[in-house]
Design a protein around this ligand. Sequence first.
Ligand code: NAP
Length: 260
Amino acid sequence: MGTRLDLNGKSAVVTGGSRGIGRAVAITLADAGARVTIADRSDALRNDGLSTSDVIRSRGGHAESVLLDISSSPEVDATMNDIAGRHGIDILVNNAGTIVSGTVAETSDESWRAIFSVNVDGTFYCTRAAIRHMLNRGAGGKIVNIASVSGLRANQGFAAYCAAKGALINFSRQVGIDYGAQGINVNAVAPGFVETEMTAMYDASIRHALEAQTPNGKWATPQQIADTVLFLSSGLSDHLCGEVIAVDGGWLVGTPVQVG
Ligand code: NAP
């Protein structure tokens, strides 16, 4: 591993790291040397019978799991202060997110609030706590927000999710420029379609249609998202502030069209 991808001595927090993209991110950062705290609502065992922290420890890394509902501001402050006091926080990956389908007419107040309370409010609470700690410590830091292509382009029938991810993207840009001078890099990753439990709702015909719309013809693996998060968590991204990197097989750039 190149030295500037080396995260030895760094402490990372990954929200929603018990499964899916967050699990791949936590393992990848730990493989690069970081001590990783997985903050999730549960510490569920996955199909292999292991929690994310079990996997990391089995690979020789350092990990712990804490139970946290990121939509609770007091819970976030208490948990982040505890982690900061014990290990410091050099890297925060705001990955936890939830999705609900529905046009505006179909979306209840409760659904709208549920989506915003995790994807937007929760990211704000975690980011604020991390930034306060990073500013006090004066050693900079890295914050990576997992947004979505749905925050950059409308996605029919997902009104609340698209609005929330759009807010998250501009939040990333704003925080990115506010703290660039303090050496805190805040950037976002916008995944396209990724094979996780979140996308298990799509049936074969929708999956085929989405593949056909994607220039490289594929969905992403969680690892492919984690690889970009590793870059944004490392010294290789020191000159990126408020950037949004789409990892989507070209879906945002253009749709393949059969001509002739
Ligand atoms: P996932 O498999 O549903 O995992 C999400 C994780 O976040 C779960 O462990 C979940 O815990 C946790 N979480 C949800 N609400 C939480 C809360 N209030 N506090 C703490 N943890 C919470 O989803 P994924 O596909 O890995 O997605 C990860 C991120 O990528 C999300 O932000 C998602 O919007 C984004 N994304 C995903 C895709 C995709 O195609 N999969 C595409 C673009 C963007 P529980 O088990 O308790 O629910």
